[in-house]
Write a protein that binds this ligand. Sequence first.
Ligand code: PMP
Length: 380
Amino acid sequence: MPSPWIAERMFRIQASGIRKVFDLSKTLTDPINLSIGQPHYDVPEAVKEAAIQAIREGRNGYTVTQGIPELHARIRDKLLKPRRGAGIDPDQRGLLITSGTSGGLVLALLTTINPGEEVVIFDPYFVMYPHLVTLAGGVPVYVDTYPRFQIDIDRVKTVLTPRTKAILFNSPANPTGAVADRVAVKALAELAREKNLLLISDEIYRMFAYSGTFTSPLEFNEDVLVLEGFSKTHAMTGWRLGFAHGPKPIIEEMAKLQQFTFVCAPSPVQYAGLTACEFDTSEWTAEYARKRDRIVAGLRDHFDLAEPHGAFYLFPKAPWGTGTEFVSECIRNNLLVIPGNVFSQKDTHFRISYAADDRTIDRGIEVLVRLARRGPSAGD
Ligand code: PMP
């Protein structure tokens, strides 16, 4: 009788719709896979070597919960100091090494959200956000950003209530590829300060901002809690390394909780992180900018598309049917993309990841254009 033992909170969250597409992909031969949210390149050789060396040298035990001091120093020096001009004083911020950005998100929400408190989430959103807010006992409150996926500060103001505790913000964004414009980011940061709300900024795609510059709300409000990670920049998705920086009291509580949950980020990976911090990823960013141009050029005339400026995603409107109906037809045609309702309260769009080689991108464009032109097949 195992199911009565399952806690109620588990029935308030659903398995990710992305997993369903991954499972489907196993039934197809040679699918055109534009569904995966991870770089198509591998971890840099020097970083792999550093991990192997750390394992060989016996750095295989627990580390201190907050992360090894060498990595703290390296992150402050290489990643936080260059942002000093953008409002950051690296010495004043609390810093915690986490098990990926996801680990940071879990700790951040459990540390700050009381039962019944509301967390503002921009829709479309990264899949985890509503579920983690729910797990923490909070209530997700959505701000619709369709059709351009930019933040309208007046819409944010309309959803605030006395129960609002935090705003969860992500730019460059998954699944839309939108980079929030500077004026909106400033307004959001100032609104958070004025209303005494915690602003959590998920900056995992910070290095993947192509046209224009990336703006962090931290430039305008030093109390912003920032979550970053090595998964996307260094293709280390399976290695689970991220970091959180923010007001010291919050970071200290997150560390306390990490001690009783994740314990620490994987030790050899923390040592490899020292090398990762030295690695210049700008060539990859440039490559993804080219891929973005390639896929946008291929789809622009056939899809209603808010041009993406960052991350490696596009979020076009389904040319016919719901997002789910159109994606089902894509999958019948051997193309894997993700229906928009996985990331949204709506089912009108779909997500394409262009973290793929150019040939796969071109094959994907061919199928998408053909299906857009053809319209729904009989029986749909
Ligand atoms: N935030 C966003 C917006 C993401 O897209 C992802 C990964 N898809 C994560 C956080 C989690 O990344 P990780 O835990 O691998 O660092």
